[in-house]
Design a protein around this ligand. Structure first.
Ligand code: SF4
Length: 375
């Protein structure tokens, strides 16, 4: 089973923390969609198994009309074997989710929504230049449910400007009342070069301290678990049977094909990434030139990928699989590198699995780097 990711690099406005590639100028919209469809035809041999998930990400895919999304989906159906019960997700901005649009999405078989809420506090939303309001977020979830969507995820961000621990608790509690199936929650990152990073450099915003950040994460995990969510990945929580099948496929190292500017693909042997810029992507697709870079994965690369994706899941690293796939040398490297973190309570061994503890999650990037193998 495989997955397909479609990258839609347009946003109506830029959020001040975001360093993803997306443009607010939609003049290349039609050209881009034509090129996405061309790429789908060009890549039809990349996957030789059934496709069980399709994910429209971005950017803001909900800026596309249902007709535009349908054109893309029809091209996928014409070139790949899509499972009858495939999970088809659309990332959406709350402002875009009108009843009429949602009805049209249902008709084209989109069956999962990932709504970028980020916060239910208007001051906090304004501080990061989100284009929707708290009221719009609540309405979007309600209208989606009323229009038959029963697989809804929302995103929240903790550690926002204007947010203290008490306010974060309110955000989490509000999410629990929404009767949704999935929640993704990320700590705010001050990415270099973004407007928010510049404000931080000038002292106009102050990042939350580590202690508050850890308390926010602890509250999130505790509250989600108490409300029937399973904490299945560092940043992801799902009601039973509602884990994101698409993201789980990444963590299980299944084949995925990424379509569109900057999209990544992986098939267990190599990974490749498409050129970032819309103009160059379209030009290369139209002129029949190579539009991606590719690297063949060594055993060491595969081990490093395995460590990274496994540690992000709450199951952790399966030692049996590690030994079988990568041999004694890398198994011993992993155990030895993990020792210090096991001793300070950031990692724990449970049966035959090595996993992050809740305290370890906050420094997971550093731990993952230490466990990687560099020859
Ligand atoms: S909507 Fe998403 S992709 Fe677009 S600017 Fe905001 S965070 Fe970035």
């Amino acid at each position: 089973m495989a997955g397909i990711y479609i990258h839609i690099p347009f946003c109506k406005s830029k959020c001040s923390y975001c360093d993803f590639y997306s443009k607010t100028d939609f003049s290349q919209r039609k050209e881009l969609i034509d090129c996405l469809i061309k790429e789908i035809h060009l890549q039809k041999n990349y996957i030789d198994e059934n496709v069980e998930t399709i994910y429209f990400g971005g950017g803001t895919p909900s800026v596309l009309s249902s007709d535009e999304l349908e054109r893309i989906l029809s091209a996928l159906e014409a070139n790949f074997l899509i499972e009858e019960d495939a999970e088809i997700t659309l990332e959406a901005n709350p402002d875009d989710l009108t009843a009429e649009y949602l009805n049209a999405l249902k008709l084209i078989k989109i069956n999962r929504l990932s709504i970028g809420v980020q916060s239910f506090d208007n001051k906090q939303l304004k501080a990061i230049n989100r284009r929707h309001s708290s009221e719009a977020a609540l309405t979007a979830v309600e209208v989606s449910k009323n229009n038959g969507f029963n697989n809804i995820s929302i995103d929240l961000i903790f550690g926002l400007p204007e947010q203290d621990l008490a306010s974060w608790k309110e955000q989490v509690n509000k999410a629990m009342y929404l009767d949704i199936q999935h929640l993704s929650a990320y700590g705010l990152m001050y990415e270099e070069g973004t407007p928010l990073w510049r404000k931080m450099k000038k002292g106009e915003v102050v990042p939350v301290d580590d202690e508050t950040s850890i308390a926010m994460y602890h509250y999130l995990v505790k509250t989600c678990v108490e409300n029937g969510f399973e904490h299945y990945e560092i940043s992801n929580f799902a009601k039973p049977d509602f884990r994101s099948r698409h993201n789980s496929a990444y963590w299980q190292e299944k084949t995925y094909l990424g379509i569109g500017p900057s999209a990544h693909s992986y098939n267990g042997i190599s990974r490749q990434w498409n050129i970032l810029s819309i103009s160059q992507y379209c030009r290369k697709i139209n002129q029949g030139e190579t539009f991606y870079e590719k690297e063949i994965l060594s055993l060491q690369d595969k081990y490093n990928d395995f460590v990274m994706v496994s540690l992000r899941t709450m199951d952790g690293i399966n030692f049996e699989i590690l030994q079988k796939r990568f041999g004694e040398k890398m198994y011993n490297h992993c155990l030895k590198s993990a020792e210090a973190f096991i001793n300070n309570g950031k990692l724990a061994i449970d049966k035959n699995f090595l996993r992050l503890t809740i305290d370890g999650v906050m420094t997971s990037d550093q731990i993952i780097v230490e466990l990687m193998y560099v020859s």
